[in-house]
Design a protein around this ligand. Structure first.
Ligand SMILES: [Mg+2]
Length: 242
């Protein structure tokens, strides 16, 4: 099996929770940077730009350049550009957007998450706004963010990585792990976020590896050449439920 040379890393539930870093995440990312290993931090959250997130992360003590952050809004912009270079888009909008949809415009949304963390608690997110527009127009949106494999493929292309040499690290079976699997990546489920250990077996697909947290990922084991990676990882990493 090919060794792993590139990392796609979900942000919420893997690197941080709310405004708190997950222990070991800073060291893990520092290690990737020091080794010159290509990685992207992915988020379905389309509210912030990569530069905004770079600043928010730096407040938490995490030094990640904006180029290493990839949001569903960036994936959507790349998708729209590839579909229709120089085309026009209504970014959110009220009557303008609904009129465009009645006129046969395509309805594309960054992600299907109906709620997410906001200042002071859970707030309605893109999926909720999309549902409102759907109800008013009868038009269903096309979602670009996870679990659409398009998000993974666009991210891989951004760092010029191949799926067979890459791993997706995520905290959700129903978004990160399914999208990583469908994109041909190996996957690591970490148990610091949404999916609980006892829920993993309910899904018809499984992560390549399951670990307690990002702190347990040993990059040197995943990049080692010449030996069976599964065997190496099983031996050296904390594999839960294997
Ligand atoms: Mg997550």
């Amino acid at each position: 099996m090919d060794s792993i040379k590139n990392y796609l890393i979900d942000m919420d539930g893997v690197v941080l929770r709310g405004t708190t870093l997950i222990p070991g995440a800073a060291e893990f990312l520092r290690h990737l940077r020091a080794q010159g290993i290509p990685f992207l931090i992915l988020t379905n959250n389309s509210q912030y730009t990569a530069r905004d997130l770079h600043v928010r992360l730096s407040y938490m003590g995490l030094d990640v350049p904006p180029e290493a952050i990839f949001t569903s809004a960036l994936a959507t912009a790349q998708f729209l550009h590839s579909q229709r270079p120089g085309g026009r888009a209504y970014a959110i909008g009220e009557s303008g957007l609904t009129t465009a949809l009645h006129d046969g415009a395509r309805f594309i949304a960054t992600n299907s998450d109906v709620m997410g963390p906001g200042e002071g608690g859970i707030v309605p997110a893109t999926g909720a706004v999309a549902a409102l527009i759907s109800a008013a127009t009868g038009v269903k949106p096309y979602f670009v963010g996870k679990p659409n494999p398009l998000m993974m493929r666009t991210a891989l292309r951004t760092i010029e990585a191949h799926s067979e040499e890459s791993v997706m690290i995520g905290d959700r079976m129903d978004t990160d792990i399914v999208a990583g699997t469908e994109s041909g990546l190996r996957t690591i489920l970490v148990l610091t976020g949404v999916t609980k250990r006892e829920e993993v077996e309910r899904f018809p697909y499984r992560p390549t590896w399951t670990m307690e947290s990002v702190a347990d990922i040993k990059v040197s084991d995943l990049t080692s050449e010449g030996e069976d990676l599964n065997e190496s990882a099983t031996r050296h990493l904390k594999v839960v439920g294997a």
